[in-house]
Write a protein that binds this ligand. Structure first.
Ligand code: LUZ
Ligand code: MOS
Length: 753
């Protein structure tokens, strides 16, 4: 089944927040952000701006009836800065006007006096000054005190990974409406309708039931709208609260890039110890994570880094510590992978570093340490249904990495100014929100009297095709045609208390709830069918909209059955709740069983660099990926391809640059390069490892949103490999992204060319 929205997307009919027909009297908001990254507001002069014709009102913290506090995990973030500002672009005021153009003009007229402080932008400085979002967290396993003396080889090093701008096509935005009795309805481009409902209520000092949040779909999110859709929805709601007029607030691309957080940059120091036969005996890592000015989702991202510190390997002795450093940048936030890619890049760099020093291919170390069944992760979970060796073997049989390596070295022998490189990366990704409490979802299923079906869940469609998957689930359980099924908008009045659509878990959690609801409805319908056909309930089967007694086809069909059930006063609506079974985690001990299951995979990346220009092309990415039993291979392949390209972008070209004052330099598409059609790999080959799947996965079809992002890391090591072919003196550093500048430095530094 193809994505439900495909036709409407390509013909431009799909509705995003900014496409919602505008209601008469609508006003427009523009946000005034801090011009400096750190300082104290001495005076804010709104006089001239307020006088501009067409300006309705300008709001500041003084207009907040409830709490000026939007922090979802830690209450450390103001909606509007009151006294001090902590990053450039931090909202200080909201201008509401008859048009966006007028609001923008008014913004130019705002005058501010700020006593500027020195900005802290780097993690090392932040840590030295003890500027932390939360106390450091450590996961450990085994005995780190005595491990090093047993190691034959010990290596230490440093790994840096950069930030990443989400660059969803649809920028952040919301459109809020006054309702009767001071209720407010908000259309928002958010992954988390309930987060918005909760925090709007907090800031306005009203109860959650007065706030309705509705989401049709998002034009991309990637984590950027898990928590950071919130401020713009609150601001629109605040203006509605005071003005009782519809208010639309859509960020311009420039404001979006300046004001919102990104993937956390990391600086990691590691120590790795190996035995003579290349077993990793010890791994120690200290991750300095650049959290930005407030916590946002950082505490959860911290955890996911720790959960993925050893990637696909069993390491008996581990100590991994994250320092969440507080800096004067916008609060960094969720981004596909959620701290796991940063952790995995660190251990893969450590392995590569060791391999370089030992003058062996990294794959020898990788292979020797792959996780086995019943191995213990540093967080206490016991690995089960581990597919890594199977994947490794399939990759070898189907892709012949030794042959590929030979092709690379043959090419490199005869080409002077072009060099090829190759790398292998295995991945292991834990599926479930790391915060156990978030792993539940609900579905509301109506069967209408004509046999058509309407489904509401907490799942937000953001291009990942979750709605299509929900249709598949219902269609499979009820055995009805997919075009009988409609997926409704995600709305807090129909499905309450939702977790955000995140953690690759949306289809699992919401799909399970849909499945349960449909199963309950099916039981009732079978009971009606048994009555009509004078058969036993357990004999009744529904197959392709026809009712069977055993395997004998009856004349009763779906539509008729539903109508009969309705006239028989059967309840044709079901509301179902699903909570992932068995998972738990003890944060005091840092041990437990946090994940429903793991997703495994492996990618072989080959690239060619141009040694004159320092640019590169990805020749191929060859993947063996554990889909479980994919319920929709085309959609899942699409997720893998998109994730790989996004991962390669993070590793090779996307460079978030701030100057030392904390001003974003890469604040437009002319200065921030994301992969385009010309930079995607020549070929992405995906071998689906169809495994037994896992009961925790919907229809045994494993989560696919984030894990394949990590394959992109392979591009980094493949480029290093190519540089080395050109410059034998190359001293590899682990500092992503591998931009053309860094490639050139690698090619010509220390070498004799
Ligand atoms: N969001 C979240 C996530 O709140 N918790 C998680 O564990 C997570 N993992 C991946 C992506 N988003
Ligand atoms: Mo996320 S990184 O919002 O799944």
């Amino acid at each position: 089944m193809k994505n439900l929205d495909s036709n409407n997307h390509v013909s431009g009919k799909s509705v995003f927040v900014d496409d919602i027909p505008v209601i008469q009297g609508t006003l427009y908001g523009v946000v005034y952000g801090s011009p400096v990254a750190s300082g104290k507001i001495n005076n804010l002069n709104l006089h001239e701006a307020r006088r501009l014709a067409g300006v309705s009102r300008i709001f500041t913290h003084k207009d907040i009836p409830g709490e000026n506090q939007i922090g979802a995990i830690i209450k450390d973030e103001e909606l509007f800065a009151e006294n001090k500002v902590h990053y450039n672009g931090q909202p200080i005021a909201l201008i509401i006007a008859e048009s966006e153009v007028i609001a923008c003009k008014a913004r130019e007229l705002i005058e501010i006096e700020i006593e500027e402080y020195d900005a802290v932008t780097g993690v090392v400085e932040a840590k030295e000054k003890d500027l932390l979002i939360q106390p450091p967290r450590t996961f450990s396993l085994g005995d780190m005190d005595s491990v090093w003396e047993n190691c034959e080889h010990i290596f230490e090093g440093k790994v840096i990974s950069g930030g990443q701008e989400h660059l969803y096509l649809e920028t952040q935005g919301s459109y809020a409406f006054p309702q009767e009795n001071a209720n407010i309805k908000i259309f928002s481009s958010t992954q988390g309708p309930t987060v918005i409902q909760r925090i709007v209520a907090r800031v306005l000092g009203i109860s959650m039931h007065k706030v309705e949040v509705d989401v049709q779909r998002l034009g991309g999110a990637f984590g950027g709208k898990e928590d950071q859709a919130t401020p713009w929805a609150i601001m629109a709601a605040l203006a509605v609260y005071h003005l009782q007029k519809p208010v639309k607030l859509i960020l311009s691309r420039h404001d979006d890039m300046n004001m919102t957080g990104k993937r956390h940059p990391y600086e990691t120091t590691f120590k790795i110890g190996l035995s003579k036969n290349l077993k990793i005996l010890g791994f120690e890592a200290e991750y300095l994570q650049n959290a930005g000015a407030s916590a946002d989702l950082t505490p959860a991202i911290t955890e996911r880094t720790l959960f993925h510190a050893t990637n696909s390997y069993f390491v008996p002795n581990v100590r991994a510590t994250v320092f969440s450093c507080k800096t004067n940048l916008p609060p960094n936030t969720a981004f596909r992978g959620f701290g796991a890619p940063q952790g995995i890049f660190a251990i893969e760099s450590a392995i590569k570093h060791a391999a370089n020093k030992l003058n062996i291919p990294a794959r020898e170390i990788q292979k020797s340490n792959l996780l086995n069944e019943n191995d213990e992760f540093p967080y206490g979970q016991i690995a089960s249904n581990v597919e890594l060796r199977k994947i490794w073997n399939i990759a070898h049989k189907r892709f012949h990495p030794e042959k590929l390596e030979k092709e690379v070295s043959d090419f490199n022998k005869v080409n002077e100014m072009y060099k090829k490189g190759i790398s292998i990366i295995p991945i292991t990704f834990g599926v479930s929100f790391t915060n156990t409490a978030m792993n539940h979802a609900r579905a509301l299923v109506h069967i209408y009297q004509d046999g058509s079906i309407g489904i509401s869940t907490g799942a937000v469609e953001m291009g990942q095709s979750v709605n299509t998957k929900m249709v598949q689930v219902a269609s499979e359980v009820l055995s009805v045609k997919t075009d009988r099924i409609k997926i409704e908008t995600t709305n807090t009045t129909r499905v309450s208390n939702t977790s955000p659509s995140a953690a690759s878990s949306t289809a699992d959690l919401n799909g399970k709830a849909v499945q349960q609801a449909c199963r309950a409805l099916l039981i009732r319908l079978k009971s009606t069918a048994a009555k009509i056909l004078q058969a036993k309930e357990e004999q009744i089967n529904l197959i392709d909209e026809v009712i069977y007694i055993g395997n004998i086809r009856s004349t009763l069909i779906w539509k008729e059955l539903v109508w009969q059930a309705f006239t028989d006063r059967v309840n044709l609506t079901e509301n179902s709740h699903y909570a992932t079974p068995k998972i738990h985690f003890d944060k005091n001990k840092e041990k437990g069983h946090p994940f429903a299951y793991h997703v495994y995979g492996l990618a072989i990346t080959t690239i060619t660099i141009d040694c004159l220009r320092g640019i590169h092309e990805i020749d191929s990415v060859k993947i063996v990926h554990d889909f479980g039993k994919s319920m929709n291979q085309e959609i899942d392949n699409g997720q893998v391809e998109g994730a790989v390209v996004q991962g390669i972008g993070w590793m090779t070209m996307e460079e978030v640059v701030h100057d030392k004052f904390g001003n974003l330099q890469s604040n437009a598409l002319s200065t921030y390069k994301i992969p385009d059609i010309y930079s995607v790999p020549e070929s992405i080959e995906i071998i689906p490892l169809q495994t037994e799947g896992n009961e925790g996965a919907i229809l045994k079809s494993k989560a696919v949103g984030e894990p394949p992002f990590i394959y992109g890391i392979g591009a980094y090591f493949a480029i290093q490999d190519a540089i080395h072919a050109f410059n034998p003196e190359y001293e590899p550093e682990f500092n992503s992204p591998m931009t053309p500048e860094k490639i050139l430095l690698g090619l010509y530094n220390g070498g004799n060319k």
